[in-house]
Ligand binder design. Structure first.
Ligand code: SAM
Ligand code: SF4
Ligand code: F3S
Length: 442
């Protein structure tokens, strides 16, 4: 078979990781990735169900593909990801253009299902939860990601059932991959050129395999010489164990930014959300971490206008943002998700919700601008990822994940280099590599 697969990915980093693994897997049956939709013989849409209009977005995308192939042979259409899991056969019924539906814990069956479809032309939906079999299958397939900053899924699924969230339904129960398998994959990524690894999980810090926890994984990956930086996401406050916090005392490669979603600054709202933690717990973690290293910063996710959120609750969120000085954070208005406990609750009036979101985002914006401008005239460490063809400038990231665009030497791609920051805006720092500015002075 000589097929060309075009993949479009929505959603979180895990979907990005999955899409790359799908490419690795389908290579075995003669499918090669293309970036050009026009030449695709197979179109795969990896979907996300976390917020509003997820389903509609899928049908809209399919509509675009249909239009594109109106006068050509239809590509073979596959839907994967969290909408595939949530909707499964409904999608086959509603949209005849879709040929194959595969849920996130059934990707090990993808090749067989593709071949089955191509042989019998019978449309298929496969949405079993088989995380262990999936990872057992994928470990035999080389991870070919050659990105300087690569993702590595170590844990999947969630048992926490926050009232607003679809993830426990779409990704299934918590599952942690075997320790050695993860280390092998990390080494493989390093060989392919990865210099930074972000360990992924819906609750990454709940990782537990035999007696190994996330802290053990971090120390083991740290031993791989090519790996210069380690990150992990997304964490849950209740799994921020002392051994993980202590890791910040000794780890040389763990980056000083912790993504630890709090969702709301109000204990009342946290209870309504079924988050099972209170603000005091969060502040305690923050305090312990800051004691170890005051330069560590926190980022978070916020859900604004959750049903039952009153003015004083949302003021508490603002206060928490000012207090913790969150950077690089995400905030969205609550979006009722079908099948979740919160799906039928009375929504807060739209204008109030929008106003609250704007105020929260302004507050987060202030923190971001303040942090970014504090780097001006300072030298910071940047892991260089690539060079822009258009501007010839290098692109990399600071230790806090902020984008850095700067003048420097191309040979530094894949290395950590010192950059002197000259200006900044909300999202980006601009500067010149110290090496280059010294050359100029000399
Ligand atoms: N496990 C992580 C945690 O507990 O913080 C979060 C994972 S979830 C994939 C990412 C983010 O999506 C959540 O932190 C939450 O802010 C947001 N989210 C989830 N469901 C939502 C909903 N119904 N409406 C708005 N935002 C939502
Ligand atoms: Fe969703 Fe995270 Fe809550 Fe799990 S812990 S239900 S993934 S928000
Ligand atoms: Fe979306 Fe599923 Fe990720 S709902 S955020 S793709 S876990």
């Amino acid at each position: 078979m000589n097929q060309k697969i075009f993949i479009k990915t929505f959603g979180c980093q895990m979907n990005e990781y999955d899409s790359n693994r799908i490419v690795d897997s389908v290579k075995k049956i003669g499918f090669n990735k293309t970036e050009n939709l026009d030449e695709a013989t197979c179109y795969l849409l990896n979907t996300c169900h976390i917020r509003d209009k997820a389903k509609e977005k899928v049908y809209h995308e399919i509509g675009r593909v249909k239009k594109n192939f109106r006068y050509k042979k239809k590509p073979f259409v596959i839907i994967t990801g969290c909408v595939a899991q949530a909707e499964n056969e409904e999608m086959l019924k509603r949209e005849p253009y879709i040929d194959l539906i595969i849920g996130p814990q059934a990707y090990h069956k993808l090749n067989d299902k593709i071949e089955e479809f191509l042989n019998k032309q019978k449309r298929i939906s496969e949405t079993e939860f088989e995380a262990d079999i999936k990872f057992d299958y994928l470990k035999k397939i080389k991870n070919s990601s050659g990105k300087i900053s690569s993702f590595l899924t170590i844990q999947e699924g969630c048992d926490k059932f926050c009232n607003f969230c679809v993830v426990p339904f779409t990704r299934g129960p918590e599952y942690s991959r075997p320790f050695n398998e993860i280390i092998e994959e990390a080494k493989m990524l390093a060989e392919n050129g990865a210099r930074e690894i972000t360990l992924l999980g819906q609750n990454v810090n709940a990782y537990e395999y035999e007696n190994f926890r996330l802290s053990h994984l971090i120390f083991e990956i740290e031993k791989i010489p090519e790996i210069l930086r380690i990150r992990y996401m997304t964490s849950h406050p209740n799994d921020m164990s002392d051994d993980l916090i202590e890791t910040y005392k000794t780890s040389q490669k763990l980056m000083p930014l912790i993504h630890l979603p709090v969702q709301s600054g109000s204990d009342k709202v946290l209870k309504l959300m079924n988050r099972k933690h209170i603000i005091k717990d969060y502040l305690k973690i923050h305090e312990k971490i800051k004691k170890i290293n005051p330069s560590i910063k926190f980022s978070s996710d916020f859900i604004i206008a959750y049903p039952g959120e009153e003015e004083k609750d949302y003021q508490a969120t603002l206060e928490l943002i000012r207090n913790i000085k969150f950077i690089n954070s995400y905030s969205f208005i609550f979006s009722p998700r079908p099948g979740t406990t919160a799906s039928n609750l009375k929504l807060i009036e739209k204008n109030t919700s929008i106003k609250r979101l704007e105020t929260v985002q302004n507050e987060l914006f202030k923190n971001q601008v303040e942090m970014n401008s504090s780097f001006i005239n300072n030298e910071i460490n940047v892991l260089v990822e690539n060079k822009s063809i258009k501007t010839s400038k290098l692109f990399g990231r600071s230790e806090y994940m902020t984008s850095v665009i700067f003048d420097g030497k191309e040979e530094n791609i894949g290395r950590i280099t010192k950059v002197k920051i000259k200006s900044s805006n909300q999202n980006t720092l601009f500067g010149e590599s110290v090496e280059k500015s010294r050359l100029r002075v000399a």
